[in-house]
Design a protein around this ligand. Structure first.
Ligand code: NAP
Length: 242
């Protein structure tokens, strides 16, 4: 069975937009699920406007998309941070992040599974974060992102016998995104300091992540499952120097 169409969530901007463009370049069809459309001008792209925090809307879109397309892949990329120190963490923020990062992924995967199982082929990639290893002010973010990693390992075990691989990609700081620019503006002096603290001496770009996703989503990557690929320039490594 050959690859046909991949669902990408949060493809309107940043990393998701780069993933859509990269997969289209690889010859795949892409269905982007986000509140804003991706303006790419490609006949291989379909935009479905969807708020992933709306459980009923996600269920409806998931079943519609899986009925109308031959879905062979799912990249759950949409995400957001709600930063706060532990004392101030709001459980409604935690619920919101759980809904977008985890519940939406489960609903989408459930909708595409019957087709993937029937075809004995599928590629699922979840975008998590280096922050799953810990980052101040990221309680809800790191909890839900590391939850995605555990979930992917469980899915890998359940779905391996059906030719479906499940992996996560964990980016470090990626500069050309709305998420990063909201924390560190493009003209900030902090950019150089941040880059100097990363082993490869630069911040990441959306294309760095898209390249990793393209690799894991490739038909030829069938012997890689349940793994987390850190795309972080070495920022996930220990920084102890003796
Ligand atoms: P971004 O530019 O802010 O993009 C976030 C995407 O998520 C947008 O396309 C947005 O689409 C979508 N999204 C957010 N909430 C949504 C909702 N309720 N419903 C539908 N779509 C929603 O940031 P990004 O960096 O590209 O983020 C992509 C992924 O990378 C996220 O999962 C993020 O956690 C992860 N990540 C980013 C970095 C980084 O440094 N940038 C580092 C590690 C991990 P709409 O607004 O159009 O709905």
């Amino acid at each position: 069975m050959a690859h046909d169409t991949i669902i990408v969530t949060g493809g309107s901007t940043g990393i998701g937009a780069a993933i859509c463009a990269h997969l289209i370049e690889q010859g795949l069809n892409v269905v982007n699920l986000s509140r804003r459309p991706l303006a790419l001008g490609s006949h291989q792209l379909v935009n479905v406007e969807l708020d992933l925090s709306d459980r009923a809307a996600v269920q409806e879109a998931a079943s519609e998309v899986s009925q109308n397309h031959t879905i062979t892949g799912l990249v759950h990329n949409a995400g957001l941070i709600r930063p706060d120190l532990l004392e101030s963490v709001s459980l409604s923020d935690f619920d919101y992040l759980s809904e977008v990062h985890i519940a939406a992924a489960i609903t989408l995967a459930q909708a595409v599974l019957p087709g993937m199982k029937a075809r004995q082929f599928g590629r699922i990639v979840l975008i998590t974060s280096r922050a799953a290893l810990g980052l101040e002010t990221r309680t809800s973010y790191s909890a839900t992102k590391s939850g995605m990693m555990g979930m992917a390992r469980t899915w890998a075990l359940e779905l391996g016998p059906h030719g479906i691989t499940v992996n996560t990609v964990a980016p470090g700081p990626i500069q050309d995104t709305e998420m990063f620019e909201a924390v560190v503006p493009p003209d900030s002096e902090k950019l150089a300091t941040l880059a100097a603290g990363i082993p490869v001496q630069r911040l990441g770009r959306s294309q760095d992540v898209a390249h990793a996703v393209g690799f894991l989503a490739d038909e030829a990557s069938g012997f890689i499952t349940g793994q987390t690929l850190m795309v972080c320039g070495g920022a996930s490594l220990g920084s102890l120097s003796l």
